[in-house]
Write a protein that binds this ligand. Structure first.
Ligand code: UD1
Ligand code: UDP
Length: 364
């Protein structure tokens, strides 16, 4: 059986999802995964570093789209991807997650008649103010094969009328990557470099427009973080969007808050694994915290990943400074949840995905 897959990456959370799919494909003779990078993220520590650390094959094309409004960025990706797809003529196009690169390339592919597989399908926050929710709903509605990470994904797709035989509950490819990198992360000296002690610090990440683009909301969250850092020092690798917003708002870190540039995957995994708590609005980090068993407070009112709450490690705290502070201080006092592993988050999701694609799209 031969199968050629064109896999799309664009933004940071795409790299750790495509990596294990590429690893799984290389184990099979005659299955080829070529990577197209849209260039949505382009700083070295938002992109290239992940290719090196996760041994992702070098992209055959980088569309170099860069930043822009949603319309400009999505349109640029579409315009630049179309000739690439016509040149490469893969058996199928694989997209992951919920970023603008995901919907843009899925749309180009489906209109040109190429089958589309969506990995991490079916997740729903039911909040259409999130750009990612629009990307999820649209991508799922035009994809041929929908690979879901948790039961809620399958349930949502069923409710939306997607035929059963298109939906595959295979587990979480991001967790494949995490489990593969545990040893590397254990060997990281990032705690020593930052002078941190295991379980005696918290990790923060923030980048959702709803939290960082409104100066009042951001200032409220900042007040909460400053208060929490008095009880437990915080380390905060700052996303470029957030860096700009903090600077515009003139917000300075307290003495116990350490702001860093975004860090590479391996160091970040170590920082998460040894943290006393995680405060985040990231999608993927809620899942990683679940597997690592580290208490996670999600600074959002909803999550498209409900299993992370059901199994106990993740809690929604919204953007209210009082609530964030109260919940974080409860964790500092040791009121911590128990850890369970969601179904199929076992390190083999990428293998299952590739097997299904070979069975359905492989050629004799
Ligand atoms: C994007 C995704 C979001 C995902 C996040 C992961 C969409 C709609 N959003 O949000 O779902 O959770 O990535 O990190 O696709 N910038 C840089 N350097 C970079 C990349 C971005 O400086 O390498 C700055 C630019 O000022 C840019 C801003 O960050 O305007 C936002 O980047 P963009 O890719 O548009 O959205 P994200 O907020 O990163
Ligand atoms: N991550 C990282 N370095 C950082 C922050 C995050 O390697 O400084 C990783 C994190 O471990 C997870 C992924 O980036 O694998 C999550 O991406 P992000 O939060 O940017 O996007 P989201 O998941 O919200 O779409």
């Amino acid at each position: 059986m031969t199968l050629s897959i064109l896999a799309i990456v664009g933004a940071r959370p795409n790299f750790m999802k495509v990596a294990p799919l590429a690893w799984a494909a290389t184990k099979l003779e005659d299955v080829e995964v070529k990577i197209v990078h849209t260039g949505q993220h382009y700083d070295r520590n938002m992109s290239e570093l992940f290719f090196e650390q996760l041994r992702i094959p070098k992209p055959v094309h980088n569309l170099g789209v860069g930043s822009g409004s949603h319309a400009v960025q999505t349109a640029e990706i579409m315009t630049r991807f179309e000739p690439v797809l016509l040149k490469e003529k893969p058996d199928l196009v694989l997209v992951v997650g919920d970023v603008n690169s995901t919907i843009a390339c899925a749309m180009v592919a489906t209109k040109l008649g190429f089958p589309v597989a969506h990995v991490e399908a079916g997740l729903r926050s039911f909040d259409r103010d999130m750009p990612e929710e629009i990307n999820r709903v649209l991508t799922d509605s035009i994809s041929d094969e929908l690979f879901v990470t948790e039961q809620s994904g399958a349930d949502n797709l069923r409710r939306e009328g997607v035929p059963e035989d298109r939906v595959h509950f295979v587990g979480n490819v991001m967790i494949d990557t995490l489990l593969s990198c545990r040893d590397l992360a254990n060997a990281s000296d990032v705690l020593d470099r930052l002078g941190l002690e295991k379980r005696a610090y918290g990790v923060v990440t923030l980048h959702r427009p709803s939290n960082v683009d409104d100066p009042r909301t951001l200032a409220g969250i900042w007040r909460a973080l400053s208060r929490i850092s008095e009880e437990m020092p915080l380390v905060f690798p700052v996303h470029p969007r957030t860096r700009r917003r903090l600077s515009d708002a003139g917000l300075q870190p307290s003495d116990s808050m350490r702001l860093l540039e975004p860090v590479g995957y391996v160091d970040f995994l170590k920082l998460q694994a040894d943290a006393g708590m995680i405060l985040t609005d990231s999608g993927g980090i809620q899942e990683e915290a679940t597997i690592l068993g580290v208490p996670c407070l999600t600074l959002r009112r909803n999550t498209e990943r409900p299993v992370t709450i059901e199994v106990g490690c993740n809690k929604l705290v919204g953007d209210d400074p009082e609530t964030i502070t109260r919940e974080a201080l409860a964790i500092v006092r040791g009121e911590n949840p128990v850890r369970k592993v969601p179904k199929y988050w076992d390190g083999r999701a990428a293998e299952r995905t590739i097997d299904i694609l070979v069975e359905r799209y492989g050629k004799d």
